[in-house]
Design a protein. Sequence first.
Lengths: 285, 285
Amino acid sequence: MTAGRKSSSPNSSWAGFALVAPALLVIVIFFVGPMLLSIASAFQDKSGTWTLANFDKSLELYLGDLGYTAIITIAATLAIGVVSVAIGGYLTLGRNPRAQTVLRWLYRWPLFIPFIVAGQVMRTFLAKNGLLNQLLIGSGILEPLTAQSYLDWRGIVLAFVWKQTPFVALMVAGAMASIEPAHIEAARNLGAGRMRILGEIILPQIRRTLMVGLVLSYVTILSVLSVPLMINPNSPTMMTVDVAYRINAHGDYGVANALCLVSLALASLGAWFYLRQGVARKGVE
Amino acid sequence: MSAIAVPQPLQDAASGRTRRIGLIVLRAALLGLLAFIIFGPLLNLLLWAFAERWYFPNKLPSQYGFTFWARVFDPRGNAMASLLTSVGIAITTVIVCLAFAVPAGLALGRLQLRWRAAIMLAFLLPNAFPNLPVYVNIARVFYELRLAGTVAGVVLVHAAHGLVLAVWITAAAFASVDKSLEEAARNLGASAWRCFLTITLPLAAPGIIAGAIFVFLESLDEFTGTYFVGVPDVITLPLLMFNASMGGNYQIASITALLLLVPSIGFMLLVERFLKPNVMAMVGR
């Protein structure tokens, strides 16, 4: 009956490829092509001669921003990891069902909020007369005269953590919920505290999920333009903003693409870290 | 030491109670802080949306009103034109995207393709790299092809980006359709085409609709691609919001941001209806 569906039938295989081919072609034209163009352009000057000058100029002008980008990206990724594990951990191990219900309802809100809106929202929240300062002044932590705006690296980190944590927390909480309850029960019966159960029983089992979520977030933070552009467009800033500036102000595709390649290298670092974890895990098994 | 010796168990109970109350206060404070961090920025946006006047030393707007709402919703205003552009682009993007994603999803979800894992990976790759270089260089090519600054150019960029997610979700939707129903239809004499139209497609429809909504929202919220490819003529809602915010017009920016928030949050509340667990379980299989 299903002879037409078997892969051994050349007809069905060709039909399958015919169905996939147009979509694959779109990926090749709109992702692979521009990516190759970017790499080629990074090594060419305006007349098309091969050169490394773009990288010299990039490092000379934007070395500081490279460090700034790396620090923001790593700090935000780590913070996302810590908060996500805390949320997932409380949802799994908390003793108060009502607090768990509130938390479950609460933490997802920023999930589908677009980055550009997150940027605008934070621009108002972190400004000098924003609500954050008003809370700090109102609770006596801050003097009204020393109030300042947080629209610098702190704002960028906070915006990314705010926007990206729900996504990772959702993955982490899902993974934690699917852990065999007997493992947690056994540890509890042996007298392990909740922190210890989280660190020694739960975390090792969800490490892969957490890593996938964090690597995706890390790459996202490296490539989102709107958040740094809205929160802190002036130097020092993130490299995405520098790329936009090179193109809009100078039409300088060479340096822009060299900068893209450098942040691609930063992104690959994340992927490499992830793959190494995967390999290490396979080695253990 | 007090003169009246309190029996040990009673003392324990009392200190246990203070500890419990302390824990409850701590829990409530942490949840309250989290609620402030999540909703504070949104509340701040709401304040700006209704503020007529709000200068620095003032904690809250000195005057509220709807002047800026009238300006945004003026049928001849920029904002309504941008809304129309955005919705038009998003709908076209969904149509283009589904035209490519449904056949590909059918092949990847249903047929036993050779190199299926590699093909699925190819559809994941665009999300694993920073997409800034892609947009920058597409914009450059589109400029040569006279597609820069046109709606068609923006739709192409959005559709290519949306395809990644659409293929994965439609593949999962088709994979979750029970094969025995199709076989029953074929046994009763239905043609392959009729079986697809009356059995497979309707059963996969909720998942495909979920994919379509994702693509629609992604297009509606997309900033970076439009920023590079759409300039200077195509001004979608996110670009209008960005321009207003950078120009210091926080009211217009905040109202526009609210317009963009409504579909995102509405979708968050709806997503579970369309993205059923049996489809979710098939994502990435």
